[in-house]
Design a binder for this molecule. Structure first.
Ligand code: GLC
Length: 656
């Protein structure tokens, strides 16, 4: 780390302020004063202060000023409102929805036409998977971007994006887009220039002339796609070995080059000025490489995110940053600017991401279902780190990726009074192995039945709906519906911003057709990326399909979303605590304002004793007494606390 020149702050502040017009100067100057020194410090800590670094920093500051100047008035108004209410995204009315543009609406305009559907579902936060101009051919579902400044021509054009963001904003829905930070496509113009031998762009990537360093790194690196893209380096003719953590056509950017930071920071601001209100920062754990480590979660990766946060805090403070770091929850506090042990940093107000995926909770939801153990979830909730104000978890049941089991290694080992469990058995269960399994998922990137990596499949298929339909078994179908409703009941009762995955609100099943499409057959995650069934979705939304699986699941989800919306105790940042029960099948979650949610993870009836600390309380059933789950009626008293829960039943209760 090098010392900052003494008059640096004043000089750079002046440079920034003088580049914006008087109309925006007051706001931006105040923001620079609050966050500029942090940005400059972090940048210099990462890159030093050689002349080239100073030039890069100045170029970035000029670019930031230009973006501040161009920021449209409606977005400036949002910035101001959100500075006044920084926990705006944690209101109990915030519901997320994740989908692909093409699978959901065909094009960006098609998505815009579906805004009323999303609005009626209660959605306030829409994550559209990558829609920027992706590589031709294989492109990892759009995660290989060739041009960050253009919409993918197959999905629309820039005007369509502007129209969509305006439409969503009017409907009170924030658009979240992926910002693929770790890599570009191999046909991005930077990569093309690097191939041509341009030294400036060659330095944007990790390029090695021979295998010496790649082999040294490989000794401690993991593998993201061990079956379909083994190894972390790809040989490119005329260039050498290029670092490719994911697919060979996704070239890792070299973030130790300050020019990479400047380019990506300004990319983020240009997109923010298009009306994107949240960025899913893709693969954040991998941004910094260090020999002898797994090259994940390095301190410099956090410094990069902190500097990006300072950039957005100065120019676009209404924008949210969401870390996609699929690592155990105990490793996530630094992504919120906390120290690794969860303590607040006392040296400086480090600010990093507003949100991070709680993938431990997600994977544990499925493990708990397979193992019929609510105590697994109670353990995860008890171990979930506390977060600073105005930050939260993105909670979810499924997403476009596989369920990665490795985040549960510590939980699987047992401890704290909980029995261990076998992750390989859980993975086999969801792959449908064994007579007991109702699941129709598929193992992903796993070398054999003892090897654990991930599982693919739609939630409905994993919960048994596809299997019950295939067997025409009505009782099994009802049981499977209850399981899906149960898991979403947990997600919606937890702290954080809960996101539905596309089609789950109509219990959409697997897309088995992917295997017959040569363009998708080689990538198992397409199993759970089906096209939306709009005939069914519209029928469910208009309640003409109540007596079907989609209708029952849809009605239950809508009811829980509606109840959450009017219950302050279910705010994303209201307290959360797990209750202790002797029967491991039970899960009890206590939230704010006397809200208790009870869940039976087992396929048998379970008695629900009242915890001694709650013995004197009276309870009201928030979801109308078992209507969602065919649960057991209570014992006839006038309190809604149930004496028992039917298989896979749930209750949300509020102190009367
Ligand atoms: C993220 C995405 C995943 C993609 C990877 C590489 O993990 O969620 O779908 O394959 O990044 O971009």
């Amino acid at each position: 780390m090098s010392a900052r020149p003494s008059n640096d702050d004043a000089r750079l502040r002046e440079r920034f302020a003088s580049a914006v017009s008087p109309a925006v100067r007051a706001d931006t100057r105040a923001r620079w004063d609050a966050h500029g020194p942090r940005l400059v410090d972090t940048f210099r800590m990462l890159y030093g202060d050689a002349p080239g670094v100073d030039a890069a920093l100045q170029r970035m500051i000029d670019g930031m000023a230009a973006c501040a100047e161009l920021r449209p008035a409606p977005l400036r108004a949002l910035d101001a409102a959100r500075e006044r209410d920084p926990a705006w995204f944690l209101g109990q009315d915030m519901i997320g929805y994740t989908t692909y543009v093409d699978r959901f609406g065909g094009t960006l305009s098609g998505v815009a036409a579906r805004v009323p559907y999303l609005r009626a579902l209660g959605v306030r936060y829409l994550h559209l998977l990558p829609f920027l101009h992706a590589r031709d051919g294989d492109n990892d579902g759009g995660f290989a971007v060739r041009d960050y400044d253009a919409v993918d021509p197959a999905l629309g054009d820039d005007a369509d994006l502007d129209a969509l963001t305006a439409r969503l904003r009017d409907a009170g829905i924030s658009l979240c887009a992926d910002l693929v930070l770790n890599h570009t496509a191999d046909d991005h113009r930077w990569a093309q220039a690097a191939r041509r031998g341009d030294p400036r762009y060659r330095a944007f990537y990790h390029v090695f002339p021979d295998r010496d360093l790649p082999d040294a790194y490989e000794r401690t690196l993991g593998q993201v796609f061990p079956q379909t893209a083994p190894g972390n380096f790809t040989h490119v003719d005329g260039l050498g070995w290029v670092w490719t953590t994911f697919y060979g056509y996704q070239w890792d950017l070299d973030w130790s080059n300050p020019e990479v930071f400047v380019e990506m920071a300004l990319t983020m601001l240009r997109l923010a000025n298009r009306g994107i209100e949240a960025f899913r920062l893709d693969s954040t754990a991998y941004l910094w490489k260090r020999l002898g480590t797994d090259c994940m979660n390095q301190p410099e990766a956090h410094a990069i995110l902190q500097a990006l946060r300072a950039v957005s805090d100065i120019v676009a403070p209404g924008v949210l940053l969401k870390a996609e770091a699929i690592v155990p929850a105990r490793e996530l506090p630094p992504y919120f600017g906390l120290r690794a042990d969860g303590a607040a940093d006392t040296d400086s107000a480090r600010r990093e991401c507003h949100l991070a995926y709680h993938s431990t909770l997600m994977a544990a939801l499925w493990a708990a279902l397979a193992e019929q153990r609510g105590d697994l979830l109670a353990g995860v909730i008890a171990q979930t780190p506390a977060l600073p104000a105005a930050s939260g978890w993105l909670t979810y049941l499924r997403c476009h990726d596989d369920i990665g089991w490795n985040v549960l290694r510590e939980e699987a080992a047992g401890g704290d009074g909980r029995a261990p469990f076998d992750l390989a058995r859980v993975a086999r269960f969801f792959a449908g192995d064994g007579d007991e399994s109702y699941a129709r998922g598929r193992s992903f990137q796993s070398a054999g039945s003892e090897h654990v990596h991930g599982t693919n499949g739609m939630a409905a298929a994993l919960a048994g709906i596809d299997d019950a339909i295939a067997h025409g078994d009505a009782a099994a179908l009802r049981a499977a519906e209850r399981r899906l409703i149960l898991l979403y009941g947990i997600v919606l009762a937890c702290a954080g911003l809960p996101a539905l995955y596309m089609g789950d609100e109509i219990a959409l099943g697997n897309d088995e057709a992917y295997a017959r499409d040569p363009a998708r057959a080689g990538e198992g995650r397409w199993l759970h990326r089906p096209a939306m069934d709009w005939t069914l979705a519209d029928a469910v939304a208009t309640r003409t399909h109540d007596d079907t699986t989609a209708g029952r699941v849809g009605a239950a989800l809508r009811r829980m979303i509606a109840v959450r919306r009017i219950t302050r105790g279910l705010r994303g940042d209201a307290p959360m605590r797990a209750l202790r029960f002797d029967d491991p099948a039970l899960l009890g979650i206590e939230r704010g304002d006397g809200v208790i949610a009870l869940f039976n993870l087992a396929g048998r009836e379970v008695a629900v004793p009242v915890p001694p600390s709650l013995a004197d309380a009276r309870w009201r059933d928030m979801l109308d007494d078992g209507r969602l789950d065919d649960g057991m009626p209570d014992d006839g008293g006038d309190s809604a606390w149930p004496t028992a829960l039917a298989p896979h039943a749930l209750r949300w209760l509020q102190r009367a």
